[in-house]
Design a protein around this ligand. Structure first.
Ligand SMILES: [Zn+2]
Ligand SMILES: [Zn+2]
Length: 169
């Protein structure tokens, strides 16, 4: 199967560190709109038959974590409006705001972040095959053998990883 429709990728530009974004099915490497540097060529081979990802499309690394596409500004707006209305609604607006805030979690989709190159994959099915962000795994990617986790565990211990939960390895 090919790359699912309406999926897109964003990643940090190596030239200016701003974020480029492009449709995931683009065959050509994305170009940064700020400085014109070329990003990595996206690999359709990272997409499995069911449209989910086996690895990062930007760098091929197989350790990723999900986060929710939560519109943070919207969440803050809900709280502000609820607080502003509180004196006129016997403070019921605060309770309503809290309910709206909490229920958002169930409606927003998950996106997948690559631990290595930080590319973000939006709109792909099956993000639940991965785990949420794990500071230990991120540490291992940033600092390698020098990370606190690696130091504590010492040699010979299998550190935690960010691969798909259903991967065979
Ligand atoms: Zn750039
Ligand atoms: Zn990557």
């Amino acid at each position: 199967m090919s790359v699912p429709a309406r999926t897109w990728i964003e990643g940090a530009c190596t030239g200016c560190e701003r974020f480029w974004r492009c449709p995931a099915e683009d065959a050509e490497a994305p170009v940064c709109s700020s400085c014109g540097a070329a990003g990595p060529e996206l690999s359709p081979g990272a997409v499995l038959a069911d449209g989910s990802l086996a690895a990062c499309m930007a760098c091929g690394h197989d350790e990723m974590y999900w986060a929710r596409d939560f519109p943070r500004r919207f969440g803050i707006a809900v709280v502000v409006v609820a607080a502003a209305l509180a004196p006129f609604t016997w403070y019921l607006s605060l309770a309503a705001g809290a309910v709206v805030d909490a229920s958002l979690v169930f409606f927003v989709r998950k996106r997948l972040h690559c631990y290595r190159c930080a590319a973000v994959h939006h709109g792909f099915p099956g993000a639940g095959h991965w785990r949420a962000f794990d500071l230990e795994v991120a540490d291992l990617h940033r600092f390698g053998a020098k990370s606190a986790v690696a130091q504590t565990l010492g040699a010979g211990h299998a550190p935690r990883h960010g691969r798909r939960l259903d991967s065979a390895r």
